[in-house]
Design a protein around this ligand. Sequence first.
Ligand code: GUN
Length: 299
Amino acid sequence: MSKQAKLLDGKATAKLVRAEVAGRVAALVERGVRPGLRVVLVGDDPASEVYVRNKDRAATEAGIDVATIKLPATTSQEELLAEIERLNSDEAVHGILVQLPLPKGLAEQVIVNALDPDKDVDGLHPENVAALVQGRSGLVPCTPAGCIEILDRAGVELEGAHVVIVGRSQLVGKPLAQLALARNATVTICHSRTRDLDNMVGSGNVVVAAVGRARLIHGDWIRPGAVVLDVGINRGEDGKLVGDVDFASASEKASAITPVPGGIGPMTIAMLLSNTVLAAARQTGLQDVLDSATITVTS
Ligand code: GUN
């Protein structure tokens, strides 16, 4: 009988992170600063609506002053830029997240570039991207930050490990490669044009799947004992959520694996809250409050 992988429980880990964030929020509130987050949702993509609702609820529970700004799909670029300008100059707002993807006709990079980098809690502004590449402290994209956080809390050593990332997006693959490099991992980024993808994946001590193709990565590809993080959220034919990894077969080869749902998704939200609190502390000169309020919650 083959051994089953340990489940990396993102839901439980995210709960611990959110409890820590709530502690930091309380410390800032005591000093007269309530962290403020604004989530901008343009259009009516059903998946985005679910994500945004979850972010809003988690932020509220952590004590963050959060509001979702819903704009119609017909919003023009100028109107959206004007909204961002308004949020950039609102002192009660410390974090701004523009939910992606944006409807056609809106240039994502132009919108992201308009964000105040200090408020860019998604870490997508060129200034934050540069900070990540150069190893300076900026704001780091939430999903890759969540991947590192769950590995750290599970005691997975990255130094010297071969981390194979499948997917090269701005939001996940590219920033995760930088974070793993900063931990002295050896990093390979694979994508749709990669040759011998199965062998590439098979050489990973840690495999991160972030391509958006349901069950693309089969257990046969996984190196025995590897750690597998599944960032994918796809709808299966039966309407249920499935990841980019074939969970059942991969569980028989991996030493640890994240499920979908309940894996990286909740971690992304927890890191958004963490980034919002960090942004609020930096903007108000209260970083020292964060340091002294940070207690690590363990299960
Ligand atoms: N769409 C899917 N994931 C994300 C995310 O982390 N941030 C934003 N802004 N949009 C997303």
